[in-house]
Design a protein around this ligand. Sequence first.
Ligand code: FE2
Ligand code: FE2
Length: 186
Amino acid sequence: MTFLQILMEEHRGFKAMLDVTDAACRRIDAGADVPLPMLRDVVDFFEHFTDRHHDKEEEVLFPLLARHGIGLDQTVVRALLSQHDAGRMYCRKMEADLARLVAGDRSARADLTDHARGYVELIREHIRIEDEYFYRLADQLLTHAEQEKIIAEFGGAAGPRPQSSDRERYMEMIDRYAAVVSGWQA
Ligand SMILES: [Fe+2]
Ligand SMILES: [Fe+2]
């Protein structure tokens, strides 16, 4: 797989989990319960799996692009970075809402759906910018060796990160929760 395919494949998984999140919000709005372990998994997925992808972009992709003149002085890079940060802020808020829910505070449901919807909208737009513009720009600029470096980091090759067992656990969540959600609609 090319680095473009690897990164866009990760995005596809994130988008499936964003759809799951949307469905969970609608269910909570309707007054029904969404199991707490599922809500915890969804927030964990975004906080640790999606955000690991953002970390890797910041540590590997952005510095390589900076060598080609697409650095922090470029509006698009600054916008993408600030979206990563805003995503982290939403994750911290969702964590806090979850902690209140676990403690039995039902009023946290509305806060959780508000923050979750903010996150969904933000990350969908972020993925759109990267898929439709930014990754293609990277594809045109990066050398073969630079692209190989990105594949090694994102593709789960040997190294300190990513932990492949974690990756499998998160990939499995996508299918499992998509099936749960389609059961709700049946
Ligand atoms: Fe990103
Ligand atoms: Fe990305």
